[in-house]
Design a protein around this ligand. Structure first.
Ligand SMILES: [Zn+2]
Ligand SMILES: [Zn+2]
Length: 74
């Protein structure tokens, strides 16, 4: 293991995805998602509490009006 990784978006340690630290631009997976993928994947206004169309979007855990994910039939 290398030195403890620190997320450049939230400045907290990256533990679980440390081996993918470089892949996620030196961020947590969730920080990477919100920084780069979330709005592009369809969340209006980039609100992190509104689920985007990424089936792995963390907001799906509590957004009861989440739109269908991008694997769903239109
Ligand atoms: Zn982070
Ligand atoms: Zn999202």
């Amino acid at each position: 293991m290398s030195e403890a990784a620190t997320c450049r978006r939230c400045s907290r340690p990256v533990v679980r995805e440390a081996e993918n630290f470089e892949t996620f631009e030196r961020m947590h997976w969730s920080c990477f998602h919100y920084e780069f993928e979330h709005q592009a994947a369809g969340s209006p206004d980039d609100d992190p509490d509104i689920a985007c169309r990424d089936p792995a979007c963390p907001a799906r855990a509590f957004d009861r009006e989440a739109q269908p994910d991008w694997f769903a039939d239109e």
